[in-house]
Design a protein around this ligand. Structure first.
Ligand SMILES: NC(=O)c1ccc[n+]([C@@H]2O[C@H](COP(=O)([O-])OP(=O)(O)OC[C@H]3O[C@@H](n4cnc5c(N)ncnc54)[C@H](O)[C@@H]3O)[C@@H](O)[C@H]2O)c1
Length: 352
């Protein structure tokens, strides 16, 4: 009999990719999503198109219109399904939005995660529980690393960070944004269920996760939104740091393949920094250049000196821990390949 895989946030970027990935490996996939992204971000955040895509493309896929804040509903669903693996990718994902909706942000990110963890402990404690965390758990402390300013980007001047930020980087005593703080709560709780209850849990502290299936909006989904602006000839606003702030970008398919590796050989209470690493990093200015090359359209942009509170000036993930624990896993999509796919997908969705 096929195993069941439960994916929260299944209509989102990561959830939809993971659903397809596990479906292709003979899992019966159950997705949980209530299109909360549209409530958070307005019509541009609507993820129903992706839900319908999955329902059409994945035979046997079941959509559950459930809010992860609904504790009784979450307990009941996991009791009924007893999935072989739980992938938790539902969240309020925006740094900036969280300050406007602190209760919703914490209830979804922290309490929603606890609801899932406790349901897992009661009904399927041996099933790997994979949680999408974020590099914002490190707050703005990465900004204290000595940096050098290059022509188009910032970079670490301290050789200790030549490979990027590793998992032992401190997570407290810095400014996180309320989003970063609610994700810290979830991250520590997921680790605790691993250590205290000996469950196979892990936290994946994402850099910029991206790909063609993102419903990118200004407040979340950097490359997706940037490409959308480029194609629509809409202004992209840069917030501070001269547009040289650096993010590392990873295709959602490479995120899904790591999750599958973890599922196959789970560990307990683990933490991994999961991004594109130095190789797949770019600054906003460099992203403009690369997207222009791909789309043939000039990027329209404006600049304000006001940076986003708690934003990283330079961040790329040190991938060595992941690669040491799971040597078969690697990044398979380069940044230009990722951009090509995002451009093609927005062209289709916007009919440009
Ligand atoms: N995309 C990134 O750059 C990035 C970076 C670091 C970490 N992450 C983390 O990865 C995870 C997935 O991110 P994403 O980019 O796929 O986000 P997304 O917004 O595309 O997908 C999240 C999905 O969860 C759903 N959702 C939100 N609240 C819900 C609730 N209360 N109940 C049920 N469903 C709900 C939304 O409708 C949406 O479809 C999140 O935890 C996010 O914090 C993302």
């Amino acid at each position: 009999m096929s195993k069941r895989c439960l994916v929260t946030g299944s209509s989102g970027l990561i959830g939809s990719e993971v659903s397809a990935f596990f479906h292709a490996r003979e899992f019966v996939v159950h997705g949980v999503d209530n299109n909360q992204r549209e409530v958070f971000f307005g019509p541009a955040g609507n993820t129903r198109w992706n839900q319908h895509r999955l329902l059409q493309a994945l035979r046997g896929f079941t959509h559950h219109e459930l809010d992860i804040r609904d504790r009784a509903g979450v307990l009941q669903l996991i009791e009924t399904l007893r999935p072989a693996v739980i992938i938790h990718a539902a969240a309020q994902p925006s740094h900036d939005l969280a300050a406007r909706i602190p209760f919703d942000d914490f209830d979804v990110n922290a309490v929603g995660t606890l609801n899932l963890l406790e349901a897992a402990r009661r009904f399927c404690p041996e099933s790997p529980f994979i949680h999408m965390s974020t590099n914002k758990v490190y707050g703005d402390r990465p900004n204290t690393i000595f940096l050098k300013e290059l022509e188009t980007r910032w970079d670490y001047a301290d050789a200790a960070y030549a490979q990027g930020i590793a998992e032992d980087f401190p997570i407290d005593q810095s400014k996180h944004s309320l989003f970063g703080a609610s994700k810290v709560a979830a991250d520590v709780m997921v680790q605790e269920y691993g250590r205290y209850f000996d469950m196979p849990t892990c936290c994946l502290r994402g850099g910029c996760l991206t790909g063609p299936n993102h419903s990118g909006v200004e407040l979340h989904g950097f490359l997706s939104y940037l490409v959308k602006c480029n194609l629509e000839g809409r202004e992209y606003r840069i917030y501070g740091y001269k547009g040289k702030q650096v993010r590392d970008n990873i295709h959602s398919a490479d995120v899904a393949s790591f999750m599958f590796e973890f599922y196959q050989s789970p560990r307990r209470g683990e933490v991994y920094n999961l991004g594109g690493g130095r190789e797949n990093s770019c600054s906003i200015l460099e992203a403009f250049e690369a997207v222009q090359k791909c789309s043939g359209r000039k990027q329209v942009h404006s600049y304000t000196d006001q940076s986003r509170a708690g934003d990283h000036i330079c961040y790329y993930s040190d991938l060595r821990r992941m690669q040491a624990h799971y040597p078969k896993w690697k990044i398979t999509r380069s940044l230009p390949q990722i951009l090509e796919q995002i451009v093609a997908s927005w062209r289709e969705r916007l009919a440009i």
